[in-house]
Design a protein around this ligand. Structure first.
Ligand code: CP
Ligand code: NVA
Length: 310
């Protein structure tokens, strides 16, 4: 593994190895702290969009592993504007041991990787969010004990997070039911690609109640992603109230143990209700906070593999 750009680049075996490494690093951190396997190593974190989880979890992950992280704000570099993406990649490669980037256009991630001499990690693009998808598989495996055969229902917008979940779930042999309004499905090529990756299955629905039936996990994300702010009002009219993950929808799963996930940030009262997010719906169990924490543990595995040769 040279870069971490998409879960679709992994094999099922590579995914499981990386999950095992994440588990090992999490246990190590909890018991005695991590060994400084990235001592003297630096990660540049290039952001074109805001972030809480991605920024802090990578920064703390590097710190726990003995390395250093540099935050580069959207205004600083002007990726592709002040200077070409390729030149940014070439220059950063002379200073740091890895580049994590959060961008608008996925093409910019691919361009960074094409021109960098150090590993590039995709910290979210308009196409996918592989660190999130990987970390969520880690959380599901931790909560349910295994991944193969797990039924995940994704309700909402067929966005970057949905795409990475489909890729990861297909590799892991999970069954994914995606419920979106017509026209908001994940990209047809991404669905087709996911279906080639592994033994899992992807089924598309427009009815969220049909999608969640028998689900082990119900997952949602915002209806308008970063960069789609101008579509927010139109999307609210289309998605609300049908695609809201609320107590009623949880009941439709027919599984009192159903878990709920959201990558965060959440727009409470829109795609998810307070009672569901906070696990007070009477049915279901919110994994939101452990899910956010696990970003750090999961990404340590990515860093250890790419920058530490583990
Ligand atoms: N889930 C996630 O990536 O959160 P941030 O946008 O805060 O990094
Ligand atoms: N789909 C959301 C995820 C945020 C972590 C976005 O792209 O804004």
């Amino acid at each position: 593994m040279k870069h971490f750009l998409s879960l679709a680049d992994l094999t099922p075996a590579a995914l499981h190895d990386l999950l095992d490494l994440a588990a090992q690093l999490k246990t190590e951190w909890q018991q005695s702290g991590n060994r400084p396997i990235l001592a003297g190593k630096a990660l540049a974190m290039l952001f074109q969009k805001p972030s809480l989880r991605t920024r802090i979890s990578f920064e703390m992950g590097m710190q726990h592993l003995g390395g250093h992280a540099l935050y580069i704000s959207p205004a600083e570099v002007g990726l592709g504007q002040r200077e070409s993406v390729a030149d940014v990649a070439r220059v950063l490669s002379g200073y740091v041991d890895g580049i994590m980037a959060r961008v608008f256009a996925h093409n910019h991630i691919l361009e960074l990787a094409a021109h960098a001499r150090v590993p590039v990690i995709n910290g979210l693009s308009d196409f996918n969010h592989p660190c999130q998808g990987f970390s969520d598989l880690f959380t599901i495996r931790e909560a349910l004990g295994s991944l193969a055969g797990v039924r995940l229902a994704y309700v909402g917008d067929g966005n970057n997070v949905a795409t990475s979940l489909m890729f990861g779930a297909a590799l892991a042999g999970m069954h994914v039911a995606v419920a979106t309004p017509p026209g908001y499905e994940p990209a047809a090529e991404a669905v087709a690609h996911a279906r080639t990756l592994g033994p899992g299955s992807i089924t598309l629905y427009t009815d969220p109640r049909a999608a969640v039936r028998g689900a082990d996990v119900i997952y949602t994300d915002v209806w308008a992603s970063m960069g789609q702010e101008d579509q927010r009002q139109a999307r609210l009219r289309i998605f609300s109230p049908t695609y809201q993950v609320n107590a009623d929808l949880l009941a439709a799963a027919g599984n009192a143990q159903v878990r709920v996930m959201h990558c965060l940030p959440a727009h409470r009262g829109e795609e998810i209700t307070d009672e569901v997010a906070d696990g007070a719906a009477g049915a279901g169990q919110s994994l939101l906070w452990i899910q956010a924490e696990n970003r750090m543990h999961a990404q340590k595995a990515i860093l250890a593999r790419l920058l530490g040769g583990l």
